[in-house]
Design a protein around this ligand. Structure first.
Ligand code: LLP
Length: 404
């Protein structure tokens, strides 16, 4: 994404042309960026040869998953729906891992039928249920058990998952007990230890602590794991001031870990692969000037992009056409939804904006469309993929007739 003669371009396509052709609000992805991100991720960990399972919850668009598959990635899924979508994209069941604290019988059955690589279980009752289903099917199911390592990922509290008080995984004692209980099961084989401490982690140190905990637990368990699933969570730079994640250091730590353990590493990255591949295009419907603020009322809202309302997350906003004239009032970029939290950004000093202008909300590829809803009975946005000079619809705008 860049400006040429003050016009915003995504690859070789002008932003203004996209919004005129496809309307707004519209999610717009760059395929080149997606491929580059995957390549960079693969390169960063090439010395440890991991299995990369794209976290489908971050973005479940079928075309995106097809591209992810073409680049050799598998999938990390958390529901039957995501599993079906990953399979539909052509991802091999042998590259699919199924996570989640509350998998229903129907979902477990489906995973067993499809013979996916691993079901990462999080409670003893879940493993009993898997065992019951496996016995019925007269098959052996490979599972992982998710450990709660009690580590502070130093990220937003609402997206931290690895502390004792979080609902995820099993703490050391129950983890070891359960592992022991299923040692001789004929139908369930514990092949994997899985862990995921949170999302948007920008410092490698919590991961380093996590690896230390794994060392300790593996030693205590005296169990031979084939896989260690380290989850995802690597952060991206939503703001320039955010430090970028040190892949080299993390990779070096894992390389050392592999000297002590003969296992295959699995990663489940979502955000680091797809976040900065997309912008959300929106049009300014009205501008309301008040004594203190200038409200820029967009046609995109919190139902299209929940992250700012839900976590107070920062997403930069840029115009599609740059102007030198500035306006020094505080600008609140808001949506039309009837909630005060339906606000994307508050900034001072924005360029002069007019009604009917277009803007792009940045870095929305992860947990953007996938977290969207029909709140206020607003139809979901369309999704567009740019590849060099071409643009195509990868998800049609939802029609009101389909939700009413
Ligand atoms: N694996 C597991 C088990 C997970 O729970 C998650 C994310 C991932 C992998 C992928 O994490 P990533 O690489 O994308 O950080 N909606 C929030 C993020 C929730 C993340 C939930 N779990 C947000 O918009 O920031």
């Amino acid at each position: 994404m860049y400006f040429k003669k003050n016009k915003l371009f995504i690859e070789k396509v002008e932003g203004s042309k996209i919004v005129k052709k496809f309307g707004t609000p519209t999610y717009c992805y760059s395929l080149r960026k997606l491929k580059n991100n995957i390549r960079n991720f693969q390169k960063s960990f090439s010395s440890i040869n991991p299995l990369l399972c794209f976290s489908v919850k971050s973005n479940s668009n079928l075309q995106i998953l097809k591209e992810v598959k073409k680049m050799g990635m598998g999938a990390d899924v958390v529901s039957k729906g995501e599993m079906m979508q990953a399979l539909k994209a052509g991802i091999s069941p042998k590259k699919i891992v199924f996570s989640g604290v509350g998998k229903k019988t129907d979902e477990l059955k489906f995973a067993i039928e499809k013979k996916i690589l691993l079901i990462n279980a999080e409670t003893e009752s879940e493993i009993f249920e898997i065992e019951r289903l496996a016995k019925l099917k007269k098959t052996v199911v490979h599972i992982g058990i998710r450990l709660n390592p009690n580590i502070d990922a130093k990220t937003l509290r609402k997206i931290s998952t690895g502390k004792r008080e979080d609902k995820f995984g099993l703490t050391e004692k129950p983890f070891l007990d359960i592992l022991n209980n299923f040692k001789f099961s004929r139908f369930v084989k514990v092949k994997c230890l899985s862990v995921h401490i949170g999302s948007q982690i920008t410092d490698y140190k919590p991961y380093s602590k996590m690896i230390n905990v794994l060392d300790k637990i593996i030693k205590k368990s005296q169990h031979v794991f084939d896989y260690i699933d380290l989850g995802g969570g690597m952060g991206v730079q939503y703001q320039k001031k955010t430090k970028s994640f040190n892949y080299q250091k993390y990779s070096a730590i894992i390389k050392k870990f592999l000297k002590r353990h003969d296992v295959k590493i699995i990663f489940e990255p979502g955000r680091s692969i797809i976040a900065n591949c997309a912008v959300l295009f929106a049009q300014i419907i009205y501008i309301k000037n008040t004594e203190k603020k200038r409200f820029i009322i967009l046609d995109a809202a919190m139902n299209d992009l929940m992250r700012p309302a839900l976590y107070g997350s920062y997403h930069n906003i840029i115009p599609l056409i740059k102007r030198s004239k500035k306006n020094k009032t505080i600008h609140d970029f808001v949506g039309p939804v009837c909630e005060t939290t339906d606000k994307f950004l508050s900034v001072k000093d924005f360029q002069q904006l007019n009604e009917k202008d277009y803007v792009a909300i940045c870095d929305v590829g992860a947990y953007g469309m996938s977290l969207s809803s029909n709140y206020n009975l607003r139809p979901k946005a369309s999704e567009i993929m740019i590849e060099n000079k071409s643009s195509k619809v990868i998800l049609k705008r939802q029609k009101l007739v389909n939700i009413i």
